[in-house]
Write a protein that binds this ligand. Structure first.
Ligand SMILES: Cc1cc2nc3c(=O)[nH]c(=O)nc-3n(C[C@H](O)[C@H](O)[C@H](O)COP(=O)(O)O)c2cc1C
Length: 390
């Protein structure tokens, strides 16, 4: 059955890359997956068969990962990063590819269209530049979509962002209201969330990233979200997503906030607006708005340096979820050596190579590697080279 699925899927998938507008391609995929594929168990089996090369979901106890000091246990450390499934419409399909957890979002309190198109570019076969600007159907729509998965036990992270209007209209939305905008989303999605992420590191909403440097603001958001959870009698792990463009002082500040509030940890990192990286992609990209993601060596080293800094700062006491350019086993292992204990991916899933095969490849390669070197847990190498990334 899986072998047949593999052949059929190969035929179907080989046509999609020829649609040359990446956002249109993505919209079509979301629509097909949400309306046709997920409601149909046979179609899901075909998806699984194809993207696991006929093998089906592979599990191995050595990949099991404990997050948030044991509060959250996941089957493997490989997850889908926020931004691919903004509204929670294809959680089951993404899980079927082998990921252990899907981070949905960024979810906003109010629906918002985001920036004008074109806003997603493919400068090279392995990178993206996006200036989406938080397109979101809003928290109430997301809550409805997620009901589909309520009996599934699939771990879902909820990444929360801020509406652009809140940052622009100071009269209607004074800054002291922002923490409640985060907390309301958390309250409405509390039952569905395995964890929450505070995202003020996206570069595509003017004024947003400055908030990452405001300790008082972060304290207020954390307080408001924890208060909501206290009232509901639950305690979900809380993460802050960092920007790779933060300088070491900025990273240290956020690390201090994570330690003081005993948060679950950090996600390192969001996309970068680093102009050297854009210039390296080609002069035509230097003035294009948006953040770079994917397998670019300079972007990867920004991310690795930040992971190692947070690891040294927190002495490995909190989770560090690596995110940025992890398109195969080697960059994942480098991130683990730098200090990460879980790994998120977005861009590699959307590009022709490795595409959605990436989770199966990562699991298979990790297992072969652990067999070869004889370690009992993938996490055993965490932080061993953190001192080398300075
Ligand atoms: C099209 C696109 C949309 C994204 N949207 C979000 C988002 O809404 N919230 C967020 O926290 N990160 C968002 N990101 C950033 C990713 O979660 C991730 O941090 C970044 O892409 C680096 O990982 P990658 O190299 O595997 O793509 C987005 C990235 C892309 C390419």
């Amino acid at each position: 059955m899986f072998k047949e699925a593999y052949r059929f899927g190969h035929l179907a998938a080989s046509h999609l890359p020829y649609l040359n507008d990446p956002e249109r391609r993505h919209d079509i995929v979301v629509d097909l997956v949400h309306n046709l594929l997920e409601p149909n168990p046979r179609a899901l089996a075909i998806l699984e068969g194809y993207f696991t090369e006929g093998e089906g979901r592979v599990q191995d106890g050595r990949l099991r990962t404990s997050l948030a000091s044991g509060q959250l246990l996941v089957e493997n450390p490989f997850m889908v990063a926020a931004g691919l499934d903004k509204d929670g419409k294809m959680v089951l399909a993404l899980y079927t590819l082998g990921a252990s957890l899907i981070e949905v979002g960024s979810v906003l309190f109010r629906p918002q269209k985001g920036n004008s198109r074109p806003r997603l570019h493919e400068p090279t076969p392995k990178t993206l530049i996006n200036a989406m600007g938080f397109n979101s159907e809003g928290v109430f729509a997301v809550r409805e979509y997620l009901k589909r998965y309520k009996d599934s036990d699939i771990p879902i992270g909820i990444n929360i962002g801020l509406n652009k209007i809140a940052l622009q209209d100071q009269e209607r939305f004074p800054e002291k209201l922002y923490p409640y905008l985060f907390a309301w989303v958390a309250e409405l999605l509390c039952d569905q969330a395995s964890y929450f992420v505070i995202n003020v590191s996206s570069p595509n909403t003017p004024g947003l990233r400055g908030l990452l440097q405001e300790e008082g603001f972060l304290n207020d958001v954390i307080w408001a979200m924890q208060e909501v959870m206290r009232k509901k009698g639950v305690c979900k792990p809380l993460y802050i997503k960092l920007s790779p463009d933060l300088d070491p002082q900025g990273t240290e500040k956020v690390g201090g906030v994570i330690l003081r509030h005993k948060l679950a940890g950090a996600i390192c990192s969001n996309t970068t607006v680093n102009s050297e990286i854009k210039a390296d992609l080609g002069q035509q990209w230097v003035d294009v708005k948006g953040g770079v993601s994917g397998a670019h060596p300079m972007y990867r080293s920004l991310v690795l340096r930040q992971i190692a800094q947070v690891y040294r700062l927190t002495q490995g006491s909190v989770d560090i979820i690596a995110c940025g350019g992890l398109d195969g086993f080697e960059p994942v292992v480098n991130a683990a050596y730098a200090g990460a204990n879980a790994f998120q991916l977005l861009t590699p899933l959307t590009r022709r190579k490795p595409g959605p095969f990436v989770f199966h490849n990562l699991i298979r390669d990790s297992i072969s590697w652990m067999d070869r070197v004889g370690i009992k847990n993938f996490n055993a190498i965490r932080g061993l080279h953190a001192d080398k990334f300075t």
